[in-house]
Design a protein around this ligand. Structure first.
Ligand SMILES: *Cc1c(COP(=O)(O)O)cnc(C)c1O
Length: 344
């Protein structure tokens, strides 16, 4: 597959902004930095951040077993996804394929970039309908978004189906793995070298417990990363975020313990939810949330709010009629959820 052919015309020849800190980033050396119009007085953040986030990438490369040239970082996955749209989709001409019910940002970003969305619903087991997706694509279908584990349904997609799509879809396949750390499936990162059109996105917002610092991660071929690097804002990941991310990536034991605890709580919560009379279905979860079907989602949602418990009402999403989504909280929070549900 020729990925360059998929790029927008203007992106093929675009020149990146060359920032002062692209050339020298080691501000701790003896050199005099009077190149970037910064205030020279020390605040710890008076200098522009490393535009390539080298330290964070080096650590991530180690953890994920990729090269640093296969990584791009962004201000949350949201920025990463937006960059992918801008690299590949010609406004008012190209289209992308999404598989509802799924993460809302794909369609928000498509609208923002004036890119048409073709929607192919998941099947009744929340799996991709492979042949329908392939039949829907045309020459202008640039990106297929696969969210696995999927939000809000919580399941991971069947591996064979994903592989078939990677092989047969003629555009870029983005696999959004925001919840991969809660899943027992292997990340598709390990297949980057097999599929030049594969982009895997992850984030520090969920398992890593850093939603507040906004760090999204994109793994792809060196070629795709080089293109995204050219079009990203030069200082898109701020210094405080880089510092905090690195700290956390050096405390993986802590992260793993938290994930373990969340998974244990998930099992417990699922058992307890099965005793609630107005919950009709509990869908299998490979993430840090569960989707349940209740008798009347709007009613239960309001009742829960009244008692101070905020959940996500997904009833307006296709295939999610009367569905509520519960994030796995702390032991205490989960107790409150169960106690409150029992009171309704
Ligand atoms: C939460 C979530 C993200 C995370 O987005 P950030 O911008 O990195 O916080 C990405 N994808 C999906 C499907 C999510 O649910």
């Amino acid at each position: 597959m020729n990925v360059e052919r998929l790029l927008r015309e203007n992106i093929k020849t675009i020149k990146a902004y060359s920032s002062a800190r692209d050339e020298y980033k080691d501000a701790s050396s003896d050199m005099v930095f009077i190149d970037a119009n910064e205030n020279p007085f020390q605040t710890n953040v008076n200098r522009y951040p490393d535009p390539q986030q080298s330290y964070v990438k080096e650590r991530l490369a180690e953890i994920k077993d990729v090269t640093t040239t296969q990584i791009l970082l962004g201000n949350g996955s949201d920025e990463v996804l937006d960059l992918i749209f801008r690299a590949f989709c010609e406004p008012k001409q190209d289209n992308v394929i999404t598989l509802p019910p799924t993460y809302g940002m794909y369609s928000v970003l498509a609208d923002l970039n004036a890119v048409e969305i073709k929607r192919v619903l998941l099947d009744e087991s929340f799996e991709p309908k492979v042949s329908e997706i392939l039949a829907t694509q045309n020459d202008n279908s640039k990106i297929l978004f696969l969210c696995s584990p999927n939000n809000p349904t919580a399941n991971s997609f069947n591996t064979n189906k994903v592989e078939q799509l990677l092989r047969d879809f003629k555009g870029i396949v983005v696999i959004d793995e925001a919840y991969i750390d809660f899943s027992n499936q292997e990340s598709w990162i390990s297949r980057l070298n097999d599929f030049p059109n594969l982009i895997v996105t992850q984030t520090l917002s969920k398992a890593y417990g850093l939603a507040g610092i906004r760090l999204g991660i994109c793994f792809a071929s060196e070629y795709i990363i080089s293109v995204l690097n050219k079009i990203k804002p030069p200082y898109n990941v701020n210094q405080l975020t880089q510092n905090r991310a690195l700290e956390r990536l050096n405390s993986l034991d802590e992260v793993n313990l938290e994930v373990k605890s969340i998974l244990k709580e998930r099992e417990q919560l699922i058992t307890q939810l099965s005793d609630i009379s107005f919950i009709n279905t509990i869908y299998r979860s490979d993430a840090n949330f569960v989707l349940v079907k209740v008798d009347d989602a709007n009613k239960r949602y309001s009742q829960l709010i009244e008692k101070g418990v905020v959940v996500r009402n997904r009833t307006t999403q296709p295939l999610c009629e009367n569905c509520l989504r519960f994030t796995i909280g702390t032991v205490e929070e989960n107790k409150i959820l169960i106690k409150t549900l029992n009171q309704l």
